[in-house]
Ligand binder design. Structure first.
Ligand code: PLP
Length: 402
């Protein structure tokens, strides 16, 4: 019997855990040790969650045996409201918050509830590829607007404006950005909000790295600039609180919700259908947002994340033909391999060869919907020794290809 996947999946692609990871797992089964710099998962690299959060979840476990409200525990939603009010988002209350099993689940729900077949969503290139995959799964058409490497990977507003058409429904903002580490300046964000306002588009703002900032970068919440535009802000515990395995995230709906009653009803139907998010993990939310996250000591000078970013960046830039914009936030580097030095045709193939020859796992730039095969993404979570080892292996690999 042959069982085919649905046609809905024809355009759905998520390369971070795709064919390259399968090959790494095959090599591991053969007994090789692979240096994996492919996933932004803090815990395996020795980053632990603040103890108080874990203690509260353990204490709440016996009382977490039942389903809760589909939108989430009120205590968690109250903390989310306060957090976003603190970032200047106005006019929100607990009814505007949806807890999910990670931001990932909520991204899928937000797009499923909005899109009809052929509707378009403007998504940055490069992007966190779930946005593109979830748009396609929902029957929509991802349209990528370019972020400009020469301007520190800020979105190109002219390109964004030029790509708005009659079927465009929403603009996705990923700030701080994965994979580039860009933190968007106020004029760029205001420009994006203005385009959404003028064309009646929904703003989806993925702010999961909003607290992982370097070099005095400031994060501005998109929704704080858009009280008159429907905005869905996404955030969660996976990164800043090092709790990716808890699968705990939320979305906040802000702006003129009355005109969006039908869409919000759709979101609620989808939230009801999956009953509720993991309840024990929801008990982490209020403690996390109300307390100390221990991030300052990681991102300030001398902090582990900051040192790792700086070391990796310096080592990369010593490789001939490699350049990299200095990330202002998040957990990644997105170096460019000069096509004049490395004439790469297929960057997935390149990453597979790197894996087989050097036992180093990175992700190819096209996996982030970057159109040209000239970038790689490197996770900066490993200790300096491992990062030094990894970039050394990359240098040896590239040396043979010049
Ligand atoms: N959004 C961005 C930009 C991410 O980088 C990630 C994970 O890497 C997610 C969302 C998914 O987050 P979660 O673990 O909450 O599902």
């Amino acid at each position: 019997m042959t069982v085919l996947q649905s046609r809905k999946l024809a355009e759905v692609c998520y390369d971070i855990r795709g064919p390259v990871l399968s090959e790494a797992q095959r090599l591991e089964r053969e007994g090789h040790r692979i240096l994996k710099l492919n996933i932004g998962n803090p815990a395996p690299f020795g980053f632990e969650a603040p103890e108080g959060i874990l203690a509260d979840v353990v204490a709440a476990l016996p009382g977490s045996q039942g389903y809760c409200d589909s939108q989430g525990l009120v205590s968690a939603r109250r903390a989310v409201v306060q957090y976003h009010q603190g970032k200047g988002v106005e006019g929100i209350d607990v009814d505007d918050v949806y807890l999910g099993n990670g931001v990932s689940e909520l991204i899928v729900m937000a797009l499923q509830a909005l899109l009809d077949d052929g509707d378009e969503v403007l998504i940055p290139a490069p992007d966190y590829p779930l946005w593109t995959a979830a748009t396609s799964l929902a029957g929509g058409r991802p349209v990528h607007y370019r972020c400009d490497e020469a301007s520190g990977w800020q979105p190109d507003l002219d390109d964004l404006a030029a790509k708005i058409g009659p079927r465009t429904r929403a603009i996705v903002v990923i700030n701080p950005n994965n994979p580039t580490g860009a933190v968007y300046g106020l004029p760029v964000l205001e420009g994006m909000v203005e385009l959404a306002r003028t064309h009646g588009l929904v703003l989806f703002s993925d702010e999961i790295y909003d607290q992982i900032l370097y070099d005095d970068a400031q994060h501005v919440a998109t929704a704080s600039l858009a009280p008159d535009v429907l905005c869905l802000t996404f955030n969660g515990l996976s990164k800043a609180y090092r709790l990716a395995g808890f699968r705990s995230g939320w979305l906040v709906v802000s702006g003129p919700t009355r005109g969006a009653a039908s869409y919000i009803e759709g979101l609620t139907v989808l939230a009801n259908m999956r009953l509720c998010a993991n309840v024990p993990a929801q008990h982490a939310v209020a403690t996390a947002l109300g307390g100390e996250h221990g991030l300052e000591s990681l991102v300030l000078p001398g902090g582990r994340l900051r040192e790792q970013r700086d070391t990796a960046l310096a080592l990369l830039e010593q490789i001939p033909g490699v350049s990299c914009t200095r990330p202002q936030g998040a957990l990644y580097l997105f170096p460019r391999l000069d096509p004049a030095v490395y004439p790469i045709k297929d960057d997935q193939q390149l990453v597979l060869e790197l894996l087989r020859e050097q036992h180093l796992l990175l992700v190819q730039g096209t996996g982030f919907n970057w159109p040209d095969p000239d970038h790689l993404r490197i996770v900066t979570l490993p200790h300096v020794d491992d990062l030094t080892d990894a970039i050394g292996r990359l240098a040896v690999f590239l040396e043979a290809r010049r």
